[in-house]
Design a protein around this ligand. Structure first.
Ligand SMILES: Cc1cc2nc3c(=O)[nH]c(=O)nc-3n(C[C@H](O)[C@H](O)[C@H](O)COP(=O)(O)OP(=O)(O)OC[C@H]3O[C@@H](n4cnc5c(N)ncnc54)[C@H](O)[C@@H]3O)c2cc1C
Length: 462
């Protein structure tokens, strides 16, 4: 006899998406269970910087920042162009302020608004984060809410297979391993298991240009949602898009925050030459670093280093670990890093003239932060890495998973990295800062609310 459990809503995955979906469904009166593959919170949310973009929040109003839904939509569309989930953007952005305020009011998440830095792709400061700038803080607050509300959360309980009726309606899931599993009969299932960044063969299939690059995200992102979806004839969207990062400090393995670049750093190869427009942002610039044999050097100065150290503790850690070396003499810098010194001298001279507006940039860079650069100079060696994939199960405005013919797979919802993202059709260029958690948090909220609403409506009908 199979062991069977009944719930209204089953959520797979205990990241931002799954926890928010579960809390929301519970808030609306449903019985909810969360199953998590790992023995702890082990998703990308924990590793993230916890930054969530939202337009028109009370935090922005208090800071005197005048933002609007239409401005945020325009920013996202400018960077990502038209893509498979363009139809979702208005809904997501419309709900973003409500989500952030609910996180504070209902889940006790502490939220600060970044006001001194707009982030890649945003024309207005709208990234809301936790005081430490670490997603683990977001997860801790959500986990506390789950516990306080008495929502069941089972670690070490992977969802392995969805169960359906003959007509394809989802009715439950098998939890555990092939040889040892139990069945959860659920009225609704929410897939919040993230993308496939940790699955080299799916990365090779869908994002070939990043195949073989370093992966900087969670090992739990194995792409099961794609496999379950394909079995149910689900439609996939934006499956070749991803967020990469151009500046992971080598050999420290710590992120060199893109604030350093926005404040004026430029990148060179070992030849001492620049090779692209750094204003493309950390994700879009990553492919240029890959083209240099996945090795580059960020060149900046002590002024920029000290400015960023003041408000980004994680960057200060990198500096303390020796990841930002200071030199008065360019010759010595080049000798130590085996960089062509005469080329770098010329690159620096040119760059400073461009930053002063006395020359135009062949790569099209327009923003130069605190440049021109002055002695002492600072260098960080970097490489590019894949952070997370941005494509997945196609969903509608209510987070229902869709089939290839655009009909709904009944009772199945998805959000976060498991679902289609908003970062363009292919590649890393379309990623706007915060698109990952925007999908995880807002689609998680929408999935939880709609799953609960359908449960309620269906029980009224019976
Ligand atoms: C270093 C880094 C920094 C980042 N910073 C930001 C940022 O500041 N802002 C932003 O918007 N985005 C950021 N991102 C991206 C962001 O972290 C992700 O887009 C987001 O966290 C995805 O949330 P999720 O809930 O979908 O997935 P996750 O947080 O990864 O949660 C998915 C969970 O599902 C579990 N799971 C997987 N398979 C199964 C299964 N079969 N059964 C049960 N459970 C399963 C996993 O173990 C995991 O716990 C960053 C990513 C990285 C790597």
């Amino acid at each position: 006899m199979e062991e069977q459990v009944d719930v209204d809503v089953l959520v797979a995955g205990a990241g931002a998406c799954g926890l928010i979906a579960a809390i929301k469904a519970h808030e609306q009166g449903c019985s909810v269970a969360i199953v998590e593959k790992f023995d702890r919170f082990a998703g990308n949310t924990v590793l993230s910087c916890g930054s969530i973009p939202a337009a028109g929040t009370r935090m922005q109003k208090a800071a005197g920042i005048n933002d609007s839904v239409s401005q945020m939509i325009a920013d996202m569309e400018r960077v990502s162009g038209q893509h498979d989930s363009s139809h979702l953007i208005a809904t997501i952005v419309n709900e973003s302020a409500r989500l952030v305020e609910w996180l504070v009011d209902y889940c006790g998440v502490e939220i600060n608004l970044y006001t001194n830095y707009k982030h890649v792709g945003h024309s207005i400061p709208r990234l809301h984060t936790q005081p430490t700038g670490q997603g683990s803080e977001l997860i801790n607050s959500l986990a506390k809410t789950v516990q306080n509300k008495g929502i069941d959360l089972a670690f070490n309980n992977p969802l392995r297979r969805l169960r359906t009726q003959q007509d394809g309606t989802v009715i439950g899931a098998e939890i555990g391993t092939k040889d040892h599993y139990y069945v959860v009969n659920a009225k609704k299932i929410i897939i919040a298991t993230n993308g496939f960044g940790a699955n080299p063969s799916l990365v090779k299939q869908f994002c070939p240009e990043l195949s073989g690059s370093q992966y900087f995200g969670a090992q739990s992102a194995q792409g099961e949602a794609i496999e379950w979806g394909q079995f149910l004839d689900a439609k996939l969207g934006n499956v070749g898009s991803y967020q990469a990062h151009a500046s992971v400090a080598y050999p420290h393995g710590e992120l060199l925050t893109w604030s350093i670049t926005e404040k004026g750093a430029f990148f060179i190869n070992r030849n001492g030459c620049r090779f692209g427009n750094e204003n493309k942002g950390y994700s879009g610039f990553a492919k240029f670093v890959m083209e240099q044999g996945n090795e580059a050097f960020a060149i900046y100065d002590s002024n920029i280093r000290d400015y960023v150290c003041k408000y980004q503790p994680t960057y200060k850690n990198l500096v303390d670990m020796g990841g930002a070396k200071e030199y008065d003499d360019l010759e010595i810098l080049c000798k130590e890093f085996n960089i062509n010194a005469s080329n770098l001298r010329q690159t620096l001279e040119n760059y400073n003239l461009i930053a002063l507006g006395q020359k135009s940039d062949q790569f099209g860079r327009k923003d130069f932060g605190l440049s021109p650069l002055k002695k002492p100079y600072v260098i960080t060696r970097v490489n590019a890495a894949l952070f997370h994939t941005q494509g997945g199960l196609m969903v509608d405005e209510k987070a229902h998973v869709l089939k290839t013919d655009n009909s709904i797979i009944r009772n199945l919802f998805a959000g976060g990295g498991a679902a289609v993202g908003f970062s363009g059709l292919q590649g890393g260029d379309g990623y706007v800062s915060g698109n990952g958690l925007l999908s995880a948090t807002v689609l998680g909220m929408i999935a939880g609310e709609n799953a609960a609403l359908e449960c309620k409506n269906e029980s009224l009908r019976h």
